[in-house]
Design a protein around this ligand. Structure first.
Ligand code: ADP
Ligand code: MG
Length: 318
């Protein structure tokens, strides 16, 4: 590499003495202590591969932002507070303009989330970014996929379908204009960290929506050994999709991924407290269905018919 591995790390990733870690970048390992007595570590890794998870011409600042955001979203889904992260990156060549923007985008979110870069690995290869994020959560308080109970309400944060719409338009060579809300959703997902932490004592099961509502809810159902009923008319669809046909909106909101909203279950006694929490955080929280004994996911449309997933999306099924 032109710049040299160590100069590159020093210039773009090492920001001086660690603030939180006992020891940060520059040794064989970083040293980190959980901060809250009785807390356990929550650890997650997500890898982004160029042309698979982002497009080669994606703005590098957004790639840096998103690479960290998808990891912090996993911490949020467990109710964990971020502490630190490591960055393993393979670069096809040293492109300093790309690195400058990438690290700027990544540190923007890192600083906003008080999450410190404490180490990593840098190598030459096809553009790939793998981040491991470390957080902490009080022992026993993590929001696990297997913690749902029959009769729990199902809630979702924010609005769905925007990111999938932006991906679809980009793949169809109809790129959305800069600043379009759906493009923002795709490039700069907002990890719901404050919400996840506040839900520790209000929610039971939780998951972040990376693959799409139906598929991610399926993970909660199989881990909790339950079924679910959803009401399509209550599902919050990204407002900028209001002009699309209903079948399109259903496919994007139910099967489209990449929104990184939280889906969670909670006892019905907590309805008022959860609504108040959404108000306090300024995050829309919507009740979209219930967990049921048994198995399977049923989604009812406005006419009371059941929607089923086909290869092309969701179909009406009388
Ligand atoms: P080692 O060979 O002991 O694993 P390296 O030579 O790979 O260490 O890395 C030197 C130091 O730089 C280590 O502290 C490592 O954590 C850090 N580092 C390497 N790449 C990155 C990166 N992309 N971001 C942050 N720190 C990095
Ligand atoms: Mg190494």
């Amino acid at each position: 590499m032109a710049l040299g591995e160590f100069d590159l790390i020093a210039r773009y990733f090492d920001r001086g003495p660690a603030r939180r870690a006992l020891l940060g970048i520059g040794d064989d390992c970083a040293l980190l202590r959980p901060e809250t007595p009785g807390a356990v570590l929550a650890i997650t890794t997500d890898m982004l591969v160029c042309d698979r998870h982002f497009m080669a011409d994606a703005p590098p600042a957004s790639v840096g932002y998103k690479a960290l955001a998808v990891n912090l979203s996993d911490l949020a889904a467990m109710g964990a507070r971020p502490l630190a992260f490591t960055l393993a990156i393979a670069l096809p060549r040293v492109d300093e303009a790309w690195l400058e923007a990438f690290s700027r985008g990544m540190f923007e979110l890192a600083d906003q989330s008080a999450c410190e870069l404490i180490g990593g690995d840098t190598t030459c290869g096809p553009l790939t970014i793998s981040i491991t994020a470390l957080g902490e959560v009080p022992a026993g308080a993590a929001l696990r996929r297997d913690a749902g109970q029959p009769g729990d309400d199902l809630w979702v944060s924010g609005a769905l379908g925007g990111a999938a719409f932006a991906v679809r338009e980009a793949l169809a060579a109809r790129p959305l204009p800069v600043g379009h809300p759906a493009l923002e959703r795709m490039e700069r997902p907002q990890p719901r960290l404050a919400l996840g932490m506040a839900l520790r004592h209000l929610a039971r099961a939780a998951i972040d929506l990376s693959d799409g509502l139906a598929s991610d809810l399926g993970h909660v159902l199989s881990r909790s050994r339950l079924g679910a009923e959803l009401d399509w008319t209550t599902i919050p669809v990204e407002p900028c999709l209001s002009g699309l046909a209903e079948a399109d909106r259903q496919a994007l909101a139910l099967a489209g991924g990449d929104d990184y909203e939280l889906l969670f279950s909670a006892a019905s006694e907590n309805r008022v407290a959860i609504a108040a929490l959404g108000e306090r955080l300024g995050v829309p929280l919507t009740r979209i269905g219930v967990l049921t004994a048994g198995s399977g996911l049923r989604i009812r449309d406005a006419r009371g018919h059941t929607l089923t997933l086909s290869s092309g999306g969701f179909d009406h099924f009388a």
